[in-house]
Write a protein that binds this ligand. Structure first.
Ligand SMILES: Nc1ncnc2c1ncn2[C@@H]1O[C@H](COP(=O)(O)OP(=O)(O)OP(=O)(O)O)[C@@H](O)[C@H]1O
Length: 255
């Protein structure tokens, strides 16, 4: 087990956004988090990234309680992409990925200022790894393009490349297919499967049920901050409540 969230609760004043949620994720597993708007999915994610400290409960990653700051959580091995793309628009595609690399290549300030041989070697290595990741997500041809000039689907790929540059054991994806056309969505599914192929576990928030049921090993449903249901893909596809609320009609196996 790589992630263990126990009794995670998040209050904003009088609002109980996440209520006693338990979730475990095994190494290399793909877990889907679904639920209506405002169910608390993003808030729960924020509790896994160190952005929020849960009001109650705890999150363990590789056995250790999460450190209280996002940068330290990233270094511990949890990477995130956001619902609203957050790239550095006036930097190149390659530079955006290299920023993700920096959490693994801690160069001293002095070394960076004088740009000595150690700094240049580290930068060269960061550029090499970053180019490999651009190739892995399929946008290496755009390495020198400004991030803001990338098509939307490719911006999402770039976010994923930057997240992978931090060498995560767990990748959190918040609505990775939002705004994508069907072809891009299919490519995103294949990309997530290849990410898992690298041994990285993935938790994905998604509204596209076809995507979720075509991808995830296990699915949890949040409603009004609580985990209402959880099960394997097959269990969920057979559950009357899921069918009624999300699917309308049974989904074909492996659809
Ligand atoms: N920082 C905050 N301060 C106060 N209330 C918040 C904050 N963040 C979220 N909320 C509230 O918490 C509840 C859960 O929101 P959250 O964004 O986690 O839901 P969600 O399931 O991710 O929804 P969506 O599918 O629309 O992204 C909502 O009622 C929201 O208004």
């Amino acid at each position: 087990m790589i992630l263990q969230a126990s009794g995670v609760t998040m209050r904003f004043g009088g609002l109980l956004a996440v209520d006693q949620v338990d979730l475990t994720v095994d190494a290399g597993e793909i877990v889907g988090l679904i639920g209506p708007n405002g169910a608390g999915k993003t808030t729960f994610f924020n509790c896994l990234t160190g952005l929020y400290r849960p009001t109650e409960g705890e999150v363990r990653f590789r056995g250790a309680v999460l450190p209280p700051r996002p940068t330290r959580v990233t270094r511990a091995g949890i990477a995130t992409t956001f619902q609203n793309i957050r790239l550095f628009p006036t930097m190149t595609v390659l530079e955006n990925v290299m920023i993700g690399r920096h959490c693994r290549t801690r160069q001293g300030l002095l070394s960076a200022l004088v740009r000595g041989p150690g700094y240049r070697r580290t930068e060269r290595e960061a550029a090499r790894v970053s180019r490999e990741l651009l190739e892995f997500v399929g946008i290496e041809a755009a390495a020198g393009t400004l991030a803001r000039n990338l098509p939307y689907g490719d911006q999402r790929r770039l976010e994923i490349a930057r997240a992978l540059a931090t060498e995560p054991g767990l990748l959190l994806l918040d609505e990775p297919t939002a705004g994508m056309n069907p072809r891009e969505t299919q490519a995103a599914r294949e990309l997530v499967l290849r990410i898992r192929g690298r041994g990285i576990a993935v938790v994905v928030i998604e509204h596209d049920m076809r995507f979720v049921f075509g991808l995830c090993d296990r699915i949890a449903v949040l409603v009004q901050g609580r985990k209402l249901l959880e099960g394997t893909r097959a269990e969920m596809q057979a559950d009357e409540r899921v069918i009624e609320a999300y699917l309308g009609a049974p989904v074909e196996k492996g659809a």
